[in-house]
Unconditional design. Sequence first.
Length: 157
Amino acid sequence: MPPVSNRAPGSVIAGKFKIEEVVGRGGMGTVYRAIQLDIERQVAIKFLHPEMQEDPVVVERFYREAHSAGTIGHDNICEVTEVGADAGGPFLVMPLLRGASLAAVIKRGSLPIERASDILRQTLSALQAAHGRRIIHRDLKPDNIFITRVGDRDDFV
């Protein structure tokens, strides 16, 4: 049975991240909003799903993806600032972004051609940077493209 850790609001991970709430779930893990206690900064922490933690190939891929994301250095690729593990398994720490997935933005209706072109240009620029480092994104889809909020606007288009 995989290890389990309490990730309820208020739980402290690795002695320095206080969990606030779940902000997303994906194929490999669950993402939580947390506070990095030493500098009182909001971060996102992604934990590998418990059922995947027993597979060393999956755990290795999880860490390899964190390392890859941390080495590209592109404005449109989320930076991994830390990796670690607690009793509940491996995790990655990233800046907490505000916005929505491209899939969620598309569900709101069609995008103006200028905005769609801008999103495509930024996505292709990020892919080019990754490919230049011999890194291939294994799951590129609208759910995995994040459109960040501009200021306090709730409008991502």
